[in-house]
Design a protein around this ligand. Structure first.
Ligand SMILES: Nc1ncnc2c1ncn2[C@@H]1O[C@H](COP(=O)(O)OP(=O)(O)OP(=O)(O)O)[C@@H](O)[C@H]1O
Ligand SMILES: [Mg+2]
Length: 505
């Protein structure tokens, strides 16, 4: 790492950007160095993505200067930024679902046999090379809409690599990747660094910053609050800069008294996906579901919620056997499901924060079928305060919120229902460290009022810190079950890899 002015590839001075009712960036400076990973840190809504959209030409700034190689530069849109070697991988994917991986990677830059005729073979070969370089098993001809979230992310990475970027921005690249894929991404980042690329890395997974960062800049409410060398800072210092206070207890678990059986599953089966699943969930209980990506956790949630058909097994809700044929039926029985894919399943992006918050609970909030606007406004105001949703007001359209704040609205929506059983799939993905603690406190409150919670999570510390009991899935089965007291990271991992006696049984 060279710490001199000549190593600066791109710098920003006094960048400002406002939206109606929001100052997203309030005079931000930043300098990106060759061959370095510059981490950008800040709470949800702090302005990270907006700043990166300005560097990549997608958003126009209101004021401030951009310098490339020390000279003032105007970026006239994303293509112009790309031509100057600035690449970005967005937090919300930018892929076109009905095109193939190869077509997405080279969109607008396809090799051609003649004007207007794409050379499909050359296109697929080039895409295959890039995907190979990343070490991922994706067919260049695969239709992107059918790929998993993780695979789509890898297509985004390949697309950025194909641009031969000098500056490469990654906005929460790992939030949907497996451990193995994260290691591969980090190896790719190391190769790009060695080639002299200046990388910007945004993530709410704090442990990653110390693994790959060289320098870190913290934003708070659109302001630059500090830049440090990673080797000269500490996690508590960064958290303090970020949230403006110390966080003493990251997992404020409070065990609630266990009540009656809320949900029981026996021999649940979905061909090729779920095998002989059985467990009980009691009122007031938080049961964590650990496992690797692809182990069947989300599939289990979908089957319970009536989103996917089951091929066998019995489901008992409050002790009574039920057939759950659709999500509507599940909601009517008092089940709620916070999906991992918020953008497509969790929210209506064109509607407001208030409309989304009150969507599934219309039954509870309306009396005799009449809506109660005052009651809705009151509930929404409470959720905005509790979850610290950063929005100019309840009527802001959700599409205008930052990624993490959109996620908080999905949480608000399910917290507002009076569901007896809540299934959370990755509840804190993309949520900043401060707000995570608040979500855990809400989980405590829900459990205290008797809600039964099934919490699917890929973050072992979260599963260990917040569950009363933990189920570990492997290859569509429950491969291990542990009480909070007996669970350790090693035991959970062994079960997740299918390395326990139970898994063989
Ligand atoms: N198109 C838009 N219209 C209105 N407000 C916007 C728009 N884009 C961003 N904002 C607002 O600007 C602020 C900064 O948002 P930004 O997306 O940059 O945050 P972020 O730091 O990336 O947060 P997260 O960690 O949640 O992704 C937020 O208050 C957001 O609601
Ligand atoms: Mg963002």
């Amino acid at each position: 790492m060279v710490d001199s002015a000549d190593s600066v590839v791109l710098s920003l001075r006094g960048i400002r950007k406002s939206y109606p009712g929001v100052v997203a960036l309030d005079g931000v400076d930043l300098a990106l160095h060759r061959g370095e990973v510059h981490v950008l840190l800040g709470e949800n809504g702090a302005g990270k993505s907006t700043l990166m959209k300005i560097i990549s030409g997608a958003v126009a700034r209101d004021a401030g200067e951009i310098l490339i190689d020390g000279r003032p530069a105007e970026l006239r849109g994303p293509r112009d930024a790309q031509a100057r070697g600035i690449g970005i991988i967005y937090q919300e994917f930018n892929l076109i679902p009905h095109l193939t991986a190869a077509e997405n990677i080279f969109l607008g830059r396809e090799p051609r046999l003649a004007p207007g005729i794409i050379d499909q073979r050359a296109l697929r070969a080039a895409a295959g090379r890039l995907l190979g370089e990343l070490g991922v098993a994706i067919e260049p001809g695969a239709v992107v809409g059918r790929l998993s979230v993780a695979q789509q992310q890898m297509v985004e990475v390949a697309k950025a690599l194909s641009l031969d970027a000098r500056v490469l921005i990654m906005d929460e690249p790992t939030s949907a990747l497996t451990e193995q894929e994260i290691r591969e991404l980090f190896a790719t980042i190391a190769r790009l660094k060695a080639r002299g690329v200046a990388l910007v890395y945004i993530s709410h997974r704090m442990e990653e910053l110390f693994a790959i960062g060289d320098r870190v800049t913290v934003l708070r409410d659109g302001r630059h609050v500090g830049t440090r060398l990673i080797r000269e800072t500490t996690m508590p210092e960064l958290v303090r800069l970020m949230v403006g206070r110390d966080l003493h207890d990251q997992f404020p678990k409070q065990a609630a008294p266990l009540g009656a059986e809320a949900l029981r599953v026996e021999g649940l089966r979905r061909a090729g996906v779920l095998h002989d699943i059985g467990f009980t969930l009691r009122r007031g209980e938080v049961v964590g579901v650990a496992g690797l990506m692809g182990s069947g956790r989300t599939e289990l949630a979908r089957a319970l919620f009536g989103a996917d058909r089951i091929d066998g097994g019995r489901i008992f809700v409050r002790g009574e056997e039920r057939t759950i044929a659709s999500p509507r039926a599940a909601i009517d029985l008092g089940l709620g499901f916070l999906t991992e894919d918020r953008k497509h399943q969790g929210l209506v992006l064109g509607l407001s924060v208030q409309e989304n918050t009150c969507l599934p609970s219309i039954g509870a909030l309306s009396r005799l079928g009449l809506m109660q606007p005052a009651r809705e406004a009151e509930v929404t105001a409470r959720r905005i305060a509790e979850l610290r949703i950063k929005t100019p007001g309840p009527h802001q359209r959700v599409v205008n919120l930052s990624g993490g704040n959109q996620q908080k609205v999905v949480l608000a929506k399910w917290l507002t229902t009076e569901a007896d059983v809540l299934i959370f799939d990755e509840p804190t993905r993309g949520i900043d460290v401060g707000a995570k603690v608040e979500i855990y406190q809400l989980i405590n409150q829900l459990a205290a009022r008797g809600t039964a919670i099934l919490m699917i999570s890929s973050e072992l510390p979260e599963v260990l810190g917040m569950s009363d009991r933990i189920l570990v899935m492997h290859a569509g089965r429950i491969a291990g079950e542990f009480t909070a007291a007996e669970a350790t990271p090693e035991k959970l991992l062994a079960a997740a890899l299918g390395r326990t006696g139970l898994a063989a049984a």
